[in-house]
Design a protein around this ligand. Structure first.
Ligand code: BT5
Length: 262
């Protein structure tokens, strides 16, 4: 099918590609993460892979949630990596993906978007991007990094219209998705190299600089439990450390953060 989208794969391939990286552009797919998962069994471990879609009919969020993926307006991108990490270090991959997204998106707006642990990027307290990393215990373990960015949307469905925003809604300007994808993949490559070079503390410090979460009172839902405290830092495994109401530090590896508004 011809590509009539503003996403120009040839430009991306020519300006970014290491020789062993394959790019797929799909006008429509259920989910770019699901597509990589399907390709995984026949995919040579030494080859890098990026899948981009113009439209996702079944975009995935965490825990079975939906990522609304309207055609022709957002970025829906997945990248396959094979990091040599122990399972408890995997949350760091979510951090590098969020950090790369924040740095790329912030090139296009005057007021910087802020990371919310573990996987959200917020602008004016509304979600502009989200990350979904999925681990596959294949012979050479693989991680699919999925990133959704709201770019040129001018409206959202009723269920998310009060919590979602886009670059267009915030800046009034149309953004060229090819240019943004180029920045995003450049940043992903850079942050992933930092990770491969064991610069985890640098990644955590940089993530922290792109977040306004620390020092704030938050509640975290974990299953049916709700923990209240102050977000104080990320630990070297990328866990969120909070100071709870009894003055005890607790490190959390997952959960749904809510900032308490006073
Ligand atoms: C995420 O999940 O934020 C992960 C989003 C990852 C999407 C990318 S797109 C490329 C790749 N392929 C996929 O299939 N997925 C990845 P979570 O933290 O669970 O947030 C999901 C929640 O965000 C939903 O329950 C809604 O409340 C809200 N939401 C859904 N669509 C949104 C959108 N387009 N913009 C802002 N918020 C949205």
């Amino acid at each position: 099918m011809p590509n009539s989208s503003d996403i120009d794969l040839a430009v991306l391939q020519n300006s970014l590609s290491p020789k062993n990286r394959k790019w797929h552009f799909l006008p429509e797919i259920d989910s770019t993460n699901a597509e990589i998962t399907r390709l995984l069994p026949s995919h040579p471990p030494e080859e890098e892979l990026i899948v981009i879609a113009d439209y996702q009919t079944g975009g995935k969020g965490r825990s079975g949630r939906v990522w609304h993926s309207a055609p022709g307006t957002g970025i829906y991108l997945s990248m396959l990596i094979r990091p040599n990490l122990s399972p408890e270090q995997l949350p760091i991959v979510t951090l590098i993906a969020g950090l790369a997204t924040a740095i790329a998106v912030n090139e296009f707006i005057s007021k910087p978007a802020q990371l919310k642990w573990p996987n959200d990027l917020l602008l004016n307290n509304k979600k502009i991007a989200g990350v979904l990393c999925e681990y596959h215990a294949t012979e050479v373990p693989a991680v699919v990094i999925g990133i959704g960015i709201n770019v040129n949307q001018i409206q959202f469905p009723d269920d998310i219209k009060n919590i979602a925003t886009s670059l267009k809604l915030e800046s009034g300007l149309e953004t060229d998705r090819t240019t943004l994808i180029k920045q995003l993949v450049t940043q992903l490559d850079f942050q992933y190299t930092e990770l491969k070079n064991n610069k985890v503390q640098t990644i955590i410090d940089n993530w922290t600089r792109h977040s306004d979460l620390f020092g704030k009172s938050i509640s975290i839902n974990k299953g049916d439990q709700s923990i209240i405290g102050k977000a104080i830092r990320l630990d070297p495994l990328g866990r969120l450390v909070i100071l709870n109401e009894s003055g005890k530090e607790i490190a959390l590896d997952s959960g749904e953060v809510r900032i308490q508004r006073k």
